[in-house]
Ligand binder design. Sequence first.
Ligand code: FO1
Length: 317
Amino acid sequence: MALKVAALAGGVGGAKLADGLSRSLPTGHLTVIVNTADDFEHLGLSISPDLDTVTYTLAGLASPETGWGRRDETWNFLQALEQLGGPVWFCLGDRDLALHVERTRRLALGEPLSQITADLAGRLGVDQVILPMTDDRVRTIVDTEAGELPFQEYFVLHHFEPAVCGFRFEGSERARPAPGVLEAVQAADCVVFCPSNPWVSLDPILSLPAIAEAVRAKPVIGVSPIVGGRALRGPAAKMFSEFGIEPSALSAAAHFRDYLKVFVIDHEDANLSSDIGKLGMEVFVAEAVMITPDDRTRLAQEVLVLASELVAAERAA
Ligand code: FO1
């Protein structure tokens, strides 16, 4: 009997493992719970970058160059906007734009984000469940040496250059998990933390107290987003350094030590196994860098073998 898995994911790195899990599990056995604290309003549109990255990736439509946005994209809208003097720091492709326009239209009619996401993902050919962490408004505010910045301004406009002093997930105390989130975690045999940024992709999801509590009750397997002291993508390693923590798979494991039963690290970090084990979790060494689609499936299948073993051990205990 195939396992049921709830995976927590942010953007590009997390979406890759979620894609591998999606290909390796029967339909209906995977729920991907996605960070929405990166969401923002831009040009009058409601933009949900991580939800869209996961949706496009699972639909096989993601841009292979960037990991976000759509493959075979054209940029007529952005070029026309630039000519008119509009803001072009956030790149919206023509096809991608349709998704933001349609989501914005339906949100304005009062439809919840979770329902819109499920419908649009289905229309794009995704056969697993993708859920926003919440239908309520949560926003990551990055406290930097240059002052507070909304997440996308920090990340895209300022190329995550300003040194970070802290984060706030505005609205998370009052936000309710989206319909289906707690049910998916409770029904799961195992929760997987995809290799997403711990600080700004997974922490916002876990900042909803009800989600954190549900996840704590489950066996959790994490995959390191840090390999050889470098982030697989984005500013995760830089953030660890700016908080005075050595960026490493060990630090990533320590960040989630309250949750993790098993942590998957790359061969390059095998020398950290014993120190990670001392944090009270099992360590598994794998090829954790996903370059090709086959890499995603291979890593996902290794995670699922670990999950089966973990579930069997918990049942036997
Ligand atoms: N990331 C960038 O670095 N530059 C962009 O112009 C950009 C546009 C963009 C458009 C749609 C979308 O869904 C994602 C987009 N991203 C872009 C990615 C995204 O902002 C970040 O990678 C995530 O928020 C971090 O997980």
